[in-house]
Ligand binder design. Structure first.
Ligand code: SF4
Ligand code: SF4
Length: 447
């Protein structure tokens, strides 16, 4: 049977909003095995800890529970999920047969390294054939830097950037349009780290402006590179650094975070101060309009705007400028070690027990804003006004009247998502519709 590549399920969205919920999302950490060296990640191969993977039977059982609970959005993350390709494709088939519509997974691209190798075409062909034959909707390939040498050294995957360039056309011909996933870090432009010249402090307005300009230029270099490589979609993962006492295998730190998802580290590469994050997010929001006409850019500017607004409150968990994260209420994470259900990958002290129970009767309070994990924060922010429209419409209208840009940015995100085909990774971009988003009157930064 040909794979199904559905558009948005408006009925399910409205039904969920009617119950004061958003469509539920589940992230299953397929495995924590990995074959890359990324210094920003606790699962890098040089980091020694007992590795795990969930058995296919266990994953199928979890998928059945997810489908029975009405979950429609399912991500398989790692580690490197493609290390276990047969299980991965079997799990995707199982999920689509169970009625789950939106299925995502991704890779570090290890099968794309050494593109001059005699087996390159065979390696790539096998991956494309396996994935394109499933109902996978979105497939991401991670990329850390506009500079191939920096990216490949960090990943320990020589030649992988040229491999992406060589393989992307073949993916597209097979009807799979991978997205470039950048984890925002200090090396997105190249070997010279962002913001390290003055030890990460910005005492003056000029210093902050200079850092913002550097961020914008670095982001531009990155987006230009992924367009040149042939990507048609791009997503930004916000930096996930935790304080040393909050990292995996340690007790919860001051903020109550206790990561079970080891895609975090204390490395300076992703360790931005709250002020730096505010500037970085604002820079991303500033730069995105330049690229929206050329590539489908997932990152919603309304979410970035909310993160910027709540910047001063990071770490306190008490921010009011952004909608609370739906982690533990509508969004859930399952770890590769034991297949336990958590509100997200960073609240490892809160084992929620049964998935069905957690989805049907959430016991978690809706008040967390302790990190910027975009998988959960972006949709929480994007769908927040729809929920508020139902529960407190006058409050929302008052707020939007007070800050019309807030409404404008949010509404633009929706219109752009429509022009971008709701980021369906099984359809090509409609360049004619994207081109209408060409910005006017943007001031260029000096080179
Ligand atoms: S970021 Fe991904 S590819 Fe890199 S070490 Fe971590 S799990 Fe592996
Ligand atoms: S903000 Fe969301 S993803 Fe982050 S710790 Fe809270 S529930 Fe988890």
């Amino acid at each position: 049977m040909p794979p199904e590549h559905p558009g948005p399920n408006w009925r399910a969205l409205l039904r969920a909003i009617g119950r004061n919920r958003t469509p539920c999302q589940l992230v299953i950490q397929f495995t924590d095995h990995c074959n890359a060296d990324c210094r920003q990640c606790g699962m890098r191969r040089s980091h020694s800890f007992p590795r795990s993977r969930l058995s296919l039977d266990r994953i199928k059982g979890l998928i059945d529970q997810a489908a029975a609970s009405g979950i429609q959005v399912l991500s398989f993350t790692g580690g490197e999920p493609l290390l276990f390709m047969d299980d991965l494709t079997a799990a995707i088939h199982h999920a689509s047969a169970a009625g789950i519509r939106y299925i995502r997974t991704g890779t570090n691209g290890f099968f794309l390294k050494n593109p001059q190798g005699p087996d390159f075409d065979h390696r790539v062909g096998r991956v494309i054939e396996a994935l394109a034959g499933t109902s996978l909707r979105n497939f991401w390939i991670s990329i850390d830097s506009a500079d191939p040498a920096v990216h490949e050294k960090n990943r320990g995957l020589p030649g992988v950037t040229a491999g992406m360039e060589k393989a992307l056309d073949r993916f597209h011909q097979a009807g799979l349009y991978p997205s470039a996933n950048v984890g925002l870090n200090r090396f997105i432009q190249g070997p010279h780290p962002l913001g390290m010249d003055n030890g990460g402090t910005y005492p003056s307005r000029q210093a902050r402006a200079a850092f913002a300009r550097d961020c914008r230029n670095a982001l531009r270099a990155f987006y230009r590179r992924v367009i040149d490589l042939g990507f048609t979609m791009v997503n930004a993962c916000y930096p996930m650094s935790l304080d040393a006492e909050e990292s995996p295998s340690r007790p919860a730190g001051a903020s109550g975070m206790n990561a079970v998802y080891e895609a975090t580290s204390t490395d300076a590469m992703v360790d931005f101060t709250p002020l730096e994050k505010t500037i970085l997010f604002q820079s991303l929001a500033d730069v995105l309009p330049e690229f929206r006409p050329r590539i489908r850019v997932f990152s919603p500017r309304s979410s970035l705007r909310a993160l910027v607004r709540s910047g001063s409150e990071w770490g306190s968990g008490a921010g009011r400028a952004a909608y609370p994260c739906r982690g533990g209420v509508d969004y859930f994470f399952i770890d590769a070690q034991k297949g336990r259900v958590f509100p997200c990958g960073y609240r490892g002290g809160e084992d929620l027990g049964s998935l069905v129970q957690a989805v049907r009767n959430p016991s978690v309070r809706l008040n967390c804003r302790r990190c910027e994990w975009e998988c959960f924060r972006d949709p929480s922010e994007w769908l927040g006004p729809l929920l508020e429209l139902k529960t407190a419409p006058w409050r929302l209208i008052r707020r939007w009247r007070k800050d019309p840009d807030d409404f404008k940015t949010w509404w633009e995100d929706w219109r752009y998502a429509r022009a971008a085909g709701f980021f369906n990774g099984r359809r090509p971009p409609e360049h004619r519709r994207l081109a209408k988003w060409a910005p006017t009157g943007l001031a260029a930064d000096p080179a």
